[in-house]
Structures are given as structure tokens and as C-alpha cells.
Write a protein that binds this ligand. Structure first.
Ligand SMILES: [Zn+2]
Length: 278
């Protein structure tokens, strides 16, 4: 899938991620009982190796109170998010979709980066060969000061023109949006603006996927954090990293489908494990 990034079906990725499908899949030969030893092993590896690439998912933002699509805080006016985060929903009722995004933007604006975001930000500042790939659209990595972030699913803080001028993405951090600016319109051509995120059924940006793929191929240590990593492109990145000789680690509260193939599997919450890695 990675060599055909334009064809990636993000709906599957989002569906699996947001539904929290993790279960007790594929624990394989990983010693799940010895979390301390696994953390020590990864910490030692991070001291020794220079080129590190990290992939993060919703689990990293959970402690900041950012609601997931499927979590108890994820519902809005009883709508199923799967029916709102789609091009079809936007075409049918852009105001409704924008009201939902406006609500989410306000929640995220009130949230703060947690210790996991801060540790990753520190790595990005102190390690010249560090790359962060994230599936999160909330911007908390950036607010923590993380540099060189590759956002697979875009940003909830950006907007794009849907009209002929195709301008964007532009940053628009107003939260809430003024009621008379819902849905917002392009200053250039007057067409509707849309959130700068990847919706269910849309493809990922091939340039971002290519950059993420490069960072994955070139790293010595690849770490997935707070994501089930069960489907593409996340699963593809794990495969690529391993194929290129990297040591692959996973930090997640539950076992995932990747647990059986990674070198180090740490069962824990991102905000508790990462500060222990230094
Ligand atoms: Zn425009």
C-alpha cells in the first residue's frame, strides 16, 4: 500500500482506530509481563541510536481530554461521527459538518498537551534525526513545540477552499467561529471552505506519505505510540522499518495486531511510559 499512497483508503484506518479495536490480538512471543524491563531496553536503545521515527495515534491525546470519535465524549447532538466526517455529509449539509468541527475545535482549544506530547517535543528538539508521524489532527504535538511533524490526516486548525481557486490549506485557529461565518467561505473566491483534514473514504496526501515512508526507511528505531497500528499505512510503516533493519517498539495500553511482530512491546499509557524513557 505504501508504494501506492494515492490509493490508501483512510476510512478503514480511521474506522479501526476510532472504534478502539485492539482486543487481545497477537500477543505473540512478547513478554507482556515485564514492562519495566521493556522500558529499560527501549531507553537504552534511545541513548545508543540517533535516527528515531515515531508514529502517534489517538492514545497520545487521550490524557489531554481530546474526545475520540467513539469515546463517551465523542458524540455531538447524537450524530454518529462516521456520518459527519465524510465528503458526502459536507456536500449535503456543510453548516452541520462545520458546527461539529467548531465544537471539536473548541474542546481541543481548551485541552493542553500532556507529558507524552512534551517528551516527544523534547526528542524533536534534541535529536536532529528525529521524525514524528502523527494520525492526530488536534495540533497538540505542535503546541508542545514538536518540530518536523508529518500529519497523515491533516489538521483541524487548517481550512481549504473547495472552489475553483483551490487555495489552502490555511491556518484558521478561531474557536468558536463567529456564528455568521458558519460555514466559513473563501476570501478569494467566495466558495465554501472545508476543514483541512482527511475524511473517511479520502486518500492521504501522497507527499506526506512519501516523507513518512522515507523517515521510516532511514530510522534505526521506530516507535508506535497510542495507536492500534493494525492497518495501513501504520502497519506498512512497521513492516518498512523492520525490512530496513530498524528496531520496532510499540507503546499502547492494549495488545494490537502489531504486538506479535514488534521487537519491544510496552503495555502502558503514553503519558506514563514516555517520561520514563528520558
Ligand atoms: Zn477559493
Amino acid at each position: 500500500m505504501i508504494d501506492a499512497p494515492g490509493l490508501l483508503d483512510v476510512s478503514r484506518l480511521l474506522a479501526v482506530r476510532e472504534s478502539g479495536v485492539a482486543g487481545n490480538l497477537g500477543a505473540g512471543n512478547v513478554d507482556v509481563g515485564n514492562v519495566d524491563a521493556s522500558i529499560a531496553r527501549l531507553a537504552a536503545l534511545l541513548k545508543e541510536k540517533r535516527r528515531v521515527t515515531v508514529l502517534t495515534g489517538a492514545g497520545v491525546s487521550a490524557a489531554s481530554g481530546v474526545p475520540t470519535f467513539r469515546g463517551s465524549g465523542g458524540l455531538w447532538r447524537s450524530f454518529d461521527p462516521m456520518t459527519l466526517a465524510t465528503p458526502q455529509a459536507f456536500a449535503k449539509d456543510p453548516k452541520l459538518v462545520w458546527e461539529w468541527y467548531d465544537w471539536r475545535r473548541q474542546l481541543i482549544a481548551a485541552a493542553q498537551p500532556n507529558p507524552a506530547h512534551h517528551v516527544i517535543a523534547e526528542w524533536s528538539r534534541t535529536r536532529p534525526d528525529f521524525t514524528l508521524i502523527t494520525q492526530n489532527v488536534d495540533g497538540l504535538h505542535e503546541r508542545a513545540g514538536t518540530e518536523r511533524v508529518l500529519r497523515l490526516h491533516g489538521s483541524i486548525w487548517e481550512v481549504r477552499c473547495t472552489g475553483t481557486c483551490r487555495s489552502g490549506p490555511h491556518v484558521d485557529e478561531r474557536a468558536p467561529l463567529p456564528p455568521d461565518d458558519l460555514p466559513p467561505r473563501c476570501a478569494g473566491c467566495g466558495a465554501l471552505l472545508r476543514p483541512g483534514v482527511v475524511w473517511f473514504g479520502e486518500s492521504l496526501d501522497p507527499a506526506i506519505v512519501a516523507a513518512a515512508s522515507r523517515a521510516t526507511e532511514q530510522c534505526e528505531v521506530f516507535i508506535t505510540i497510542g495507536t492500534s497500528a493494525a492497518v495501513y499505512p501504520a502497519a506498512g510503516f512497521i513492516h518498512e522499518a523492520r525490512a530496513n533493519g530498524a528496531t520496532v517498539a510499540e507503546i499502547n495500553p492494549d495488545a494490537t495486531e502489531a504486538s506479535g511482530v514488534v521487537d519491544i512491546s510496552i503495555r502502558g499509557k503514553a503519558e506514563e511510559v514516555l517520561p520514563r524513557l528520558g
